[in-house]
Write a protein that binds this ligand. Sequence first.
Ligand code: FAD
Length: 368
Amino acid sequence: MRLHAVSDHDTEATADVVVIGGGQAGLAAGYYLRRSGLSFVILDAEPAAGGAWQHAWDSLTLFSPARYSSLPGRMMPGDDATMPSRDDVVAYLDAYERRYELPVERNVRVDRVQDADDGLLVLAGARRWHASAVISATGSWSAPHIPQLPGADRFAGLQLHSARYRTPAPFAGKRVAVVGGGNSGAQILAELSRHTETVWMTERPPRFMADDVDGRVLFDAATAARNALRQGDRDAARGVGGLGDIVMLPSVKDARQRGVLVATSAPVALDRDGARRADGSREPLDAIVWCTGFRPATRHLADLEVLDAGGRTPVEGTRCVEEPRLWMLGYGDWTGFASATLIGVGRSARATVAEIVASLSQERRIAR
Ligand code: FAD
């Protein structure tokens, strides 16, 4: 990558491709870019490798065994009997980045991406990169979503989003609502309920996978369903769980055994020390853990004026329809089936890099 200093603290660089985000998605893109012959750099806001995984709660485990949780080219260590822990995933991503000598520049938070004459301009503080193509792979961890309920500002208890949850310690002796019916909600409820009084509140009845189904079966079934849908066989897709359905990890099975895996309806308003449901019933509470999901972390793309209110943008595959020099990677099914999973993002990354290579070589052929 060609780098020329403009002044002491400003640097301006040029690369064929700038990847914004060095989590699993950015690294998967790096794996294929490294083989493409294009110059590229991966800019990541974190001081260390591991993307969102380094911020997950201490007891988080994957819902699929290592073999089903690997990025292209390198298997995650582990056997089919154990689900890798958060720390295993962080160590794997760190080793992956080093193994493929990926050009990750850390502690670089991209503020904005702008339309420039010679391509796209990527700005981070005083630093600038001119790129012919940009891959946004910033995940969603830094964009947690908490529903804005009436009275939320009056609630005097502890509140935090699952993205900030680490251990049950701060909740000891409190009556805690876990709000949200996905994997985060089930796993955090399972843990908290061993340490304090909990109540589970969900918008709709949670969907549980069968006990013998873990991420690998889920992934195979969901892949088969997707392929059947592609052939127009709607029946084959019916009944197959989605990646958001709750995988019955040992901790979640234990919670069911203890009778705490019972969902009640979601809060519609808060007051000083409790929550009210639509049916008028009230739940006295000391604390709330919001397991209410995330939005894509895409604020850095605002200047391109391609985002909708939810932070998404229409894509063809992963290519932004309104800005064809921008690709979106790893944000979940809207950017490629299972692309928010370790095993799924590899396929999206391969297709994304192949499309960029084809697009830039065509552009350069025309320019000659
Ligand atoms: P991230 O991991 O969030 O990485 C994005 C990177 O971009 C971060 O390093 C961030 O600092 C950086 N960044 C963000 N904005 C900027 C910016 N403006 N400038 C520079 N850098 C920026 N997936 C699985 O495959 N298997 C599982 O079993 C599994 N279990 C899960 C369980 C739970 C409870 C949750 C919540 C998720 C689970 N996931 C699982 C999903 C997985 O954790 C995420 O989808 C994955 O971390 C997304 O990877 P990513 O690279 O897209 O984003």
